[in-house]
Design a protein around this ligand. Sequence first.
Ligand SMILES: *Cc1c(COP(=O)(O)O)cnc(C)c1O
Length: 340
Amino acid sequence: MSINLISDTVTKPTPGMLKAMWAAEVGDDVFREDPTAAALEEKCADMFGMESALFCPSGTMANQIALKVHTRPLDEVICDEMSHIYQYEVGGYAFHSGIGVNLLKGENGILTAKMVEAAIKPPYDWLPKSSLVVIENTCNKGGGSTYSLETIKQIGEVCKKHGLAYHMDGARLFNALVETGNTPKEIGSEMDSISICLSKGLGAPVGSVLIGEQSFIKEARRVRKAMGGGMRQVGYLAAAGIYALDHHIERLSEDHENARQLASVLNELPWVSNIRPVQTNILIFDLEPPLSPGILLEKLMQNGVLASAFGPQTIRFVTHLDVTAHMIAQTARILHKIAG
Ligand SMILES: *Cc1c(COP(=O)(O)O)cnc(C)c1O
């Protein structure tokens, strides 16, 4: 069996999760008749101390719905240049919402309140209207970097002061919470909306949840339907999400420990440089020429380790539910052996 470090999206449902899915009570969720989907949504809203939630087929859809509901055409969203909503959602902000992006250069994808405030445009007729701030916690392209609660609050104060909405792309928010020790409610009380992924570190096969105020989620449900994301007996998937929230949060710290272990191995290798600070389950580093990602990935693959290039000279490793400490030790041996 290969050791798959390509992404935390590659996990397969565990036997316990499959059992929960098998046993789910379902109904037609477009008619609001699926009790398991409703239970997942209520569980998420309660967890974050927010009013309401909406199960979505993907994190991309959850984010795109948030952009759509929080903005009007000709507005702009303020975010880091590394943001998933800018880099990896096909330019959907322009397509679905008719808005622009105001890109900031944070530290490993992490913004400050000062940077955000300086980016807000004055209300002239000839300027886009700054109406939304999106922060990504953890930031994928930033190497799994986390926001401190302090910074989240400070940016929130700027948003309130200037009347901007405030959304968190929390695809890997639970990785951040496990690491910082903050509670979901501490985050929920600062944000207008949050998206979380069930299909990343939490190990569910499909799904994300968008969380916010009742009026926001009411509108979000309509936009989800317009995007083709209204699903019928979706409780089978929601059951996997409930199981993941009940069983797979605390264990994320094992993934972080595994990522740190790998980082310490990489630190000893002469052909590795610029290892980004490892805060959670993502490990990004550069290769010293003449070694290239193509060559390294090929050698890793021959030894049963899968990973991906993350730039012309850059590699990303991601740890997750299906990567054990034993596999990390094996990967360490392989790294020492090859490309030496
Ligand atoms: C994975 C991810 C998403 C959404 O992903 P989907 O593949 O659409 O479920 C959104 N934001 C971040 C930061 C992500 O890593």
